[in-house]
Design a protein around this ligand. Sequence first.
Ligand code: C2O
Ligand code: CU
Length: 535
Amino acid sequence: MSLLTVNGNFPGPVIRVHKGDLVFVNVHNQGDYGITLHWHGVKQPRNPWSDGPEYITQCPIEPQTNFTYEVNFTDEEGTLWWHAHSDWTRATVHGAIVILPSEGSSFPFPEPDGEDIIVLGSWYEEEKLNEVLNEDLAAGSDVPRATGYMINGQFGDFVPCSKETTYHLFVDYGKTYLLRIVNAAVSAEHFFSIAKHNMTVVGMDGAYTKPVVTSYITIGPGQTMDVLLTTDQSLGRYYMAARRYSSEDTSVTAFSHINVTAILQYKGNYSLTSPPIFPSDTLPGFYDYFAAANFLAQLKSLANEEYPISVPLNISTRMFITASMNELLCANDSCASGDSKIATSLSNISWVNPSIDVLLAYYRNISGVYTSDFPDLPPMWYNFTGDDLSTSLAVAAEGTKVKVLNFNETVEIIFQGTNLLTGSETHPMHLHGHSFYVVGSGFKNFDNESDPQGYNLIDPPKVNTFSVPKKGWITIRFTANNPGVWFWHCHIDRHMSWGMDTAFIVLNGGTEETSMRPPPSYMPPCTDASKIALK
Ligand code: C2O
Ligand code: CU
């Protein structure tokens, strides 16, 4: 089996920078498909041209060609990651980004004695994953599912082929380690726990949090978490285990290896005969979505004088967006017309990638690529989370519909997960180009009267990805202060590929510093027509 990797590594190389650094990454595509790279959680102020999602901000870098990304690190600090953003190439093309405090400053917690990176990944049997994916999408059928999960590229010693190569973290007794945890799995949320050891969460998504002491974390695809680990247990070996967390219906049992392990091993003189201890009492179960939500509800921004936050209080644009499973009638695909195909949607619009990128079309005023009528309100109000929703409500429309925002608009979005087609799942929603504050969340239908009373406007978590709970909602706020085109999607790629996406166009603010930069002259061309348009 051959894999597409970056510089021969899987997971790919770590990018280590200080806050405020500027990095150029030259990508030479020696693979068989067009690819793009994305710097997940790096805001790239005024520079959407290097953000990466295919057909949103650029066309793919074709095989045997190259492209240079300019990555602007501004206010992020902690751990983020980079990944391919074309088809599902990111299954093997991803790596961590470590952003240290700017030179001369320190962490808002005591300097750890050591640090390590834990990348959670997923494994697909399909050697030509992108081809199978695109065939499945065209046929309207289910798309590939991972057959295993990984920690730093290894399944762990429960799986024979990985027994010898299981990832080990060697530690000294009585120290504190900073673990930088990235969930790079294509479509799986995870629980992660270390036998007998608590963790203290101190950051997520490249921003610091108030410390949360916990025996497990919930981490959705796209999310990153910084945790402190104190090695205060008896000398020995302890499993660090991730377990897939599924909010899909319990009838879905297609997962053979839901536990993946690595080993925390104390250095020192002791007998290694006893097997490592498994965190069986702290790692939540496969379907435990209350455990998932309970962990996430504890996360709060550090929000002190040194690390202030700015939650918008007066909202200029309020949106209500539903996230659903849908059905679409087959038209001109390879699924027979009259049949229906699997789809997902935001507000019943199932995103279709255009053939040239939205950013180029916006910048060059090319019509016919997207429309600016992404709906603000659901088509009707009903019981979104009921168990008997009419399937007639689940017919979505396909479209490339974006939402246009003025520069510096203060935006509130209520995300409602629906149970259409009894397909409610959690949706880790990710916004490019901005961080957002999660001011509220809950199960069931959002209640416009009572739920806003409970909003946290003091220290809500500041993130780039956050899960809408199964049959539940979240409310987020952000200031649209980054001119450009920014993708907005569920980070479970199954859902993303079926259409759970849209984009914001944030207009220029009228001065040079509030306007997006012009494109570099060497953007990858889309089609012959757009090559002309670029001149
Ligand atoms: Cu992790 Cu659209 O990205
Ligand atoms: Cu989703």
